[in-house]
Design a protein around this ligand. Structure first.
Ligand SMILES: NC(=O)c1ccc[n+]([C@@H]2O[C@H](COP(=O)([O-])OP(=O)(O)OC[C@H]3O[C@@H](n4cnc5c(N)ncnc54)[C@H](O)[C@@H]3O)[C@@H](O)[C@H]2O)c1
Length: 354
């Protein structure tokens, strides 16, 4: 286990993508877990998916009990002046960069959104961390960096320079950029490769949410690769727990034999480490949607399912080797799908007033 070397109580933490799925859950967990913390959240509230879900998440943060302070700034991380201004004003001790253009398929039709948010935006964050030193920069990478890795489970020791989407290429680039900045400017940084995150108030562009929207409208859902896809579905609370633990352990600054700083740089997988077949996942989702009352008992699921070939940019399996996470933080995601999907189905019913 690593020693905690970053105290969060009383600190200012900048969370980008704070109105996002993972970001908003992280902000809530920071207020719950730490005292007198000042969280500065940035998000440009873009309409890649239904903005009312982002507004709902921000409202949840407003409503939460907190001993510390919450500041929300609507803005774009690709706006260098804005980011520099925020660092100058708030001097955050920690930065968690979650703002990004997410989604694999959208990167095929809208590549420029990825260059702007994931590359220019992340570069601005790195430059700001260089000019206003932070105790720890934690940033989201993705399981998609593994591309069509043949070896499973996916390990952070695997060579990952064969991305199969622009999204994956930007996430791998983030790791490379962070490595260079860690080395050159001694910025302690940790990249986290998240594996298919799901949960209440999740992202409508992800399969479980999209399937639910379609089933409720009586439309047919398309199951890619004829259902032979396996995904390491990870419940959002597990991701947030992992991020929190990682935030408290920054890579130590050390000098190498040449007297120059070694890059204080690490990368971890955070995934459930138990891949589920997409068809089994859909089966559990169906049962939970019926149980929550989102869909009727007698819903004819078979009539609303179509097995289709694999999509460009998709990979057949994702499977996280989480042993370094367990070794260093004594933690691994373990929420069963049924528990996580139940929470999603119950939230869905309440949010859409079904
Ligand atoms: N959810 C997953 O399964 C998953 C898996 C792997 C990696 N990730 C990564 O985790 C991070 C969070 O993902 P999420 O699922 O919460 O996605 P999300 O889309 O819900 O959250 C991202 C937030 O960032 C904001 N944003 C996007 N571009 C911005 C910009 N240029 N400036 C300011 N704000 C901007 C969006 O409005 C959004 O609210 C992302 O970096 C994503 O790539 C997510």
């Amino acid at each position: 286990m690593l020693n905690k070397n970053v105290k969060l109580n009383g600190k200012t933490v900048l969370v980008t993508g704070a109105a996002g799925f993972i970001g908003s859950n992280l902000v809530l967990a920071l207020f719950k877990g730490f005292e007198n913390i000042h969280v500065v959240g940035v998000d440009n509230m873009n309409d890649y998916y239904d903005v009312s879900i982002k507004e709902y998440r921000l409202q949840e943060i407003e409503n939460a009990q907190k001993s510390g302070e919450w500041t929300f700034v609507k803005g774009n991380i690709a706006d260098k002046e804005l980011i520099d201004g925020l660092f100058a004003k708030y001097q955050p001790a920690l930065v968690v960069n979650l703002a990004a253009q997410a989604g694999v398929r959208y990167s095929i039709t809208n590549p420029s959104a990825y260059i702007e948010s994931n590359l220019v935006g992340f570069y601005n964050i790195l430059e700001a961390c260089r000019n206003y030193p932070v105790e720890h920069l934690v940033y989201a990478s993705s399981s998609s960096v593994y591309g069509s890795n043949k070896k499973i489970p996916y390990s952070t020791d695997d060579k990952v320079d064969n991305p199969v989407s622009l999204y994956a290429a930007t996430k791998k680039s983030n790791e490379l950029m962070a490595h260079a900045y860690s080395k050159l400017y001694n910025i302690p940084s940790t990249g986290l490769r998240f594996f298919t995150v799901y949960g209440p108030a999740g992202r409508p562009d992800m399969a479980y949410f999209g399937f639910t929207n379609k089933l409720i409208k009586g439309q047919t859902i398309e199951i890619f690769n004829y259902g032979n896809c396996k995904r390491d579905f990870t419940f959002v609370d597990d991701i947030v727990e992992g991020v929190k633990r990682v935030m408290e352990c920054a890579p130590e600054k050390e000098n190498g034999e040449d007297g120059l700083p070694l890059p204080p740089y690490r990368v971890y997988n955070i995934g459930n480490s138990s891949p589920e077949n997409l068809l089994d996942f859909v089966d559990i989702l169906q049962k939970e949607l019926v149980r929550a009352g989102v869909l009727p008992q007698d819903y004819d699921f078979e009539a609303h399912k179509k097995l289709v070939p694999m999509q460009a940019g998709d990979v057949p399996i994702t499977y996280a080797d989480t042993s370094p996470l367990e070794r260093d933080f004594g933690f691994k995601p373990a929420t069963p799908l049924q528990v996580g999907l139940r929470k999603f189905a119950e939230w869905y019913k309440e949010f859409y007033k079904i």
